[in-house]
Design a protein around this ligand. Structure first.
Ligand code: MOS
Length: 729
């Protein structure tokens, strides 16, 4: 065993991507295809009064201008949050064009369809819409509009806080962040009179199919969703957005394939974002650094119609040992598009606040921040009162400290220098839930000597094709060039979302079982012989594999083209079951160095060491790459990312990649990533927990903590701006 798993395997889909042969959603073209461009509301709050389409309708190439009265019937989908083949989730529930009320800037109010993209854009521009406008509410101050709901509670946090000698009481702000994968959201819809084939940018084709079938009012057998390659999603493509239903409805009305590619500007309006979040954190401790209470009270903004809750307490209740805890949430409605999960939803903003507060507590105590965390290591998940399936945070902290050289840190602010620069060293812990989604897969052994593994999960750029091929190759004893992986199509056995860093843990048992069953089917072709399968060969039991024949020859001898097996895994862990018996999470620690030049107010992240405990790493190359990418995103989150809404018209005003700044190569130093490998076999037989989002968790706090150490300025509102640091002592 373990000939393919655990090896640094380059991506099996790499050659397709670098040669331009990988078909992304908007690469699909069909005879007679037409192009759709939405007309977007220019107000954020009000009602549509008139839509004048006369000019647009008579422009060259225009096929139709759709609005509420001619788009055809679109229904509300019933929501089913349960992960699995029947899942049906979307965050913006109102079907597009359902009524004449405008609730956010950029809401689709009409759709222009023409023979070319340029014609459709011109026609969309020529549609004249008048509105009755009300003042939009995009207020950045988040007074809760719903009462604080208790998310987790133990002991008496208020009493313990009041009685404690050492207290921290601070509020941490996070601006709205917008997912900016390179690939734009896109839908290409084909309608043949009874069935839809939808090429989508989806992190979950099965869920997308289930939602769209309901919205279009057809049986789900009549909808096929295909996502072969994704230029990433970061959570923004987990659920369907309104452009998908619009493209499908337009295809049905016109009897032609319709392509709709959302613009970068629309990406900031109508396909989700991480909401603005305000968190008040109250910590108390004894003089020797034992936590006595922890309170986290957050408010996140949401849209007018949908209750999107950012689960900021996701990591809080189990992160440290603390007898008294209370976590509460509330929503504040704004005239913005509906928020949605963005990489590490809940835990990432939550840990930004709690890990910043832990640093502030360490300062008050005069204690090393690593020591403070080690001193509060819990024995069990004190929130759920169940054991951890596997938790090695202490080793992440100690390994990280050692690799980084933390023992050389002088805690005095601004005291460390190198080459004329002031150094800041900061750190933070991190956690991200580990779950196993339900999953089915098939494996086929074919008479050309290849195997094919199929599953309706998708590869969002993270390496799922490679992992799935590795799993089948491992069990079948075949090299990767003999294994074909098919993903991203609802015709395949129902597979998991590419979300929650959960796809890997889900596919492991299903693919291994399917491969085992394919071998059983193969051997069953000769029921009376006592045969065995080893590394692609069929041979007499007890004899060496070399004494037998290749499985493809065996198939040909039996005149069989292919045999197959099906495997499945049940859901388990935090996402999967209502009453888990183990608390499953990945853990880690980031150690960050920043350089600060007060003379010119230049701040740079100069070094990051990250140690992650994510169970067994199936492919260290893809695994490290996931963490590196997430840390890059953490640098962006800390220093750059912020969506700004214009208070006058409610529009996201920096809705492009020049004004919404993400971390680029020049912002990123060399990153060191290490794994402590403890297979978590409660999740699957290989003990793999899946990785990705955890690399972003805690990173912003580690950077802000390093910035404090360099400058003496505690920044509690991201992103950290030069103007925050000009007050530097
Ligand atoms: Mo992740 S926010 O589940 O893509």
């Amino acid at each position: 065993m373990m000939s393919v798993i655990g090896k640094e395997q380059p991506r099996v889909d790499g050659p397709l991507k670098v040669s331009g042969k990988a078909m992304y959603t908007s690469d699909h073209h069909f005879p007679g295809m037409v192009y759709a461009v939405p007309v977007c509301s220019t107000i954020a709050n009000g009602e549509i009064q008139t839509i004048d389409t006369r000019v647009a309708e008579n422009m060259p190439g225009v096929r139709a201008i759709f609005q509420r009265r001619n788009i055809g019937k679109l229904f509300r989908a019933e929501v089913n949050h349960e992960f699995g083949a029947d899942m049906s989730r979307l965050d913006e529930r109102r079907p597009p064009l359902e009524d004449d009320v405008v609730r956010y800037s950029g809401q689709y109010v009409a759709l222009a369809v023409a023979d070319t993209f340029a014609q459709a854009m011109a026609a969309a521009d020529a549609v004249k819409v008048t509105y009755r406008e009300h003042e939009p509410n995009v207020d950045e101050r988040l007074a809760p509009e719903t009462s604080q709901k208790v998310e987790s509670e133990r002991g008496d946090a208020e009493k313990a806080f009041t009685e404690a000698e050492i207290q921290v009481d601070q509020t941490y702000d996070l601006p709205p962040e917008t997912h900016n994968p390179i690939e734009l959201h896109a839908s290409v819809a084909v309608w043949d009179g009874s069935s839809f084939t939808l090429y989508e940018t989806s992190q979950g084709v099965v869920n997308h199919r289930n939602v769209l079938a309901q919205m279009l009012g057809v049986p789900k057998e009549n909808v096929r969703v295909i996502t072969k390659f994704l230029g990433s999603g970061f959570g923004g493509k987990l659920w369907p957005w309104t452009q998908s239903a619009l493209a499908a409805a337009a295809a049905r009305q016109l009897g032609r394939p319709v392509k709709l590619v959302v613009s970068r500007r629309m990406m900031f309006q109508s396909v989700g974002h991480r909401p603005r979040i305000q968190q008040r954190i109250r910590l108390s401790a004894t003089r020797d650094g034992k936590l006595t209470s922890l309170r986290q009270d957050w408010v996140n903004h949401t849209s007018i119609l949908d209750d999107y809750k950012e689960n900021c307490g996701e990591a809080t209740a189990h992160m440290y040992s603390v007898p008294n805890l209370r976590i509460t949430s509330a929503l504040a409605r704004r005239n913005v598009g509906t928020p949605t999960p963005m990489r590490g939803p809940g835990a990432v903003p939550g840990l930004w606040a709690t890990e910043s507060a832990m640093d502030e507590l360490a300062l008050k105590l005069g204690m090393d921040p690593v020591e403070l965390r080690l001193a509060n290591e819990p024995r069990i998940d004190e929130g759920l009162k169940i054991p951890f399936s596997s938790r090695h945070l202490k080793e992440c902290l100690s390994t990280g400290a050692e690799r980084f050289g933390w023992s050389r840190r002088n805690p005095r602010v601004g005291s460390m220098k190198r080459d004329g620069l002031t150094l800041g060293w900061g750190m933070a812990g991190c956690s991200w839930q580990a779950a196993r989604f339900p999953c089915a897969a098939t494996v086929e052994l074919r008479d050309d000597g290849t195997a094919r593994v199929s599953c309706a999960t998708q590869d969002i750029g993270t390496g799922s094709y490679t992992i799935v091929a590795q799993l089948a190759g491992e069990r079948l004893g075949l090299p990767l060039d003999k294994v074909e992986a098919l993903l991203g199509d609802t015709r395949l056995p129902p597979g998991p979302l590419s979300g929650g860093s959960g796809a890997t843990a889900a596919v492991v048992p299903a693919v291994l079982e399917a491969a085992g069953k394919a071998i059983d089917s193969l051997l069953a072709l000769a029921p009376n012989a006592d045969l065995q399968y080893t590394s692609g060969r069929v041979h007499a039991k007890g004899e060496p594999a070399s004494s037998g024949i290749a499985f493809e020859d065996f198939l040909r001898m039996r005149k069989v083209r292919a045999v197959s097996g099906i495997g499945s895994s049940e859901g388990s862990g935090a996402f999967g079951t209502a009453k888990p018996t183990f608390s499953s999470h990945s853990f880690g620690a980031h150690f960050v160095e920043v350089t600060w030049q007060p003379e010119i107010a230049r701040l740079r992240v100069s070094r990051v060491v990250t140690v992650i405990d994510a169970g067994r790493i199936l492919n260290p190359l893809a695994g490290r790459n996931q963490i590196e990418g997430a840390v890059v995103m953490g640098i962006g989150m800390s220093l750059f990312e912020e969506t700004s809404y214009d208070p006058r018209n409610g529009a996201p005003i920096n809705s492009n990649l020049a004004d919404y700044i993400v971390a680029a190569n020049a912002d990123v130093p060399s990153l060191e990533v290490y794994f402590v490998e403890y297979p978590d076999t409660n999740l699957n037989e290989l003990g793999a927990r899946g990785i990705g989002e955890i690399g972003l968790a805690g990173t912003a706090a580690a950077i802000a903590n390093a910035v404090y150490h360099a400058t003496g300025v505690r920044v509690r509102e991201l992103p950290i701006k030069i103007e925050n640091l000009l007050a530097s002592p």
